[in-house]
Design a binder for this molecule. Structure first.
Ligand code: ADP
Ligand code: MG
Length: 292
């Protein structure tokens, strides 16, 4: 049965926007020595916007943007939503026939348009070397600014490059700083590429990061962290994060995250406020001292 002190701590933290799904999670959080955080939607707002759009010389910019936006409608990824919104500004008077739309999880989307095969996604998915050659090193430059580069390929030809910028949450840097003061290590996990990941890691101040993670990689990396630190927490928001949330000793979901993340998590941050994490940590540590 649950101790009165635990019960009151749970209801107090609920009032402050931290929802513990049971006393055991409060206790576990007090033992945590390292925290892994997803990038998109957790450290960042998860609402990227298209900042750059380059089309291969000689092609119709309108048409390429409209087609890319239409193909991305197939996907619910935040990057896809941004490209669809961007493309809709271009789509007037552009006509095409689109079929066989498919999302490739962790990579991008593909479809057949007017009989041509289109692939839109990360450089590794459409062809890294060709992507790197597109427009003379522009991809690297954009990535080093923390932007995510998405490439569009039609059959064997790279036709466009999009760069998307997401913003770090206003309370992220302070939350990471406070965790550091509490002696807790922080690691960022992301499916995004190495250069973009490094730029965001530096901006947020995390102790380390792993880029180009597929969902299984996130789980394996968390297992390594568990071996190293004993007790770890994972904070995430996406469908892709659910297995990692289940692997950590304490899984924490952002309140505006996907249903599956909210269901899998042990703790929910009701207002997406990362600054609540250090609060929850000190509360748990204090509780563990009292309840002993
Ligand atoms: P994350 O959300 O952590 O970046 P994902 O595994 O969802 O990780 O995606 C990894 C990468 O694959 C993204 O950073 C992006 O480059 C690419 N990607 C995934 N889905 C799409 C999409 N629908 N359109 C374009 N690129 C995508
Ligand atoms: Mg995410």
């Amino acid at each position: 049965s649950i101790m009165p002190a635990t019960l009151s701590a749970i209801s107090n933290s609920a009032r402050r926007g931290i929802l513990f799904k049971g006393g055991v999670h409060l206790e576990n959080l007090g033992h945590v020595k390292a925290v892994a955080l997803d990038k998109t939607g957790t450290l960042t707002n998860g609402k990227p916007r298209v900042t750059d759009f380059h089309v291969k010389a000689g092609l119709d910019k309108n048409e390429v943007a409209a087609i890319a936006g239409a193909i991305e409608k197939e996907s619910t990824h935040p990057l896809a939503e941004a490209i669809t919104a961007y493309g809709s500004d271009y789509s007037r008077n552009v006509q095409f026939e689109i079929e066989d739309m498919r999302t490739e999880s962790g990579n991008g989307v593909r479809a057949t348009v007017n009989g041509d095969l289109w692939k839109i996604g990360k450089p590794k998915y459409v062809g890294s070397e060709e992507s790197a050659a597109f427009n003379d090193g522009i991809a690297e430059k954009l990535q080093s600014q923390g932007k995510t580069v998405v490439i569009a390929k039609r059959n064997d030809e790279i036709v466009a490059l999009f760069a998307l910028q997401d913003t770090v949450r206003t309370d992220t840097v302070q939350a990471i700083k406070t965790l550091k003061k509490q002696g807790i290590k922080t690691y960022m996990l992301t499916g995004d590429n190495e250069m973009t990941a490094r730029a965001i890691a530096e901006e947020t101040g995390v102790d380390g990061y792993i880029a180009e993670c597929l969902p299984d990689d996130k789980v394996n990396y968390l297992k390594d962290l568990r071996k190293k630190y004993g007790h770890i927490a994972m904070i995430g928001d996406g469908i892709n994060d659910a297995p990692a949330l289940a692997t950590a000793n304490v899984g924490i979901a952002m309140g505006e995250g996907t249903d599956i993340a909210l269901e899998t998590a042990d703790v929910v941050l009701m207002k997406n406020e990362l600054s609540k994490i250090p609060d929850a940590m000190s509360l748990s540590t204090r509780m563990n001292r009292i309840v002993k």
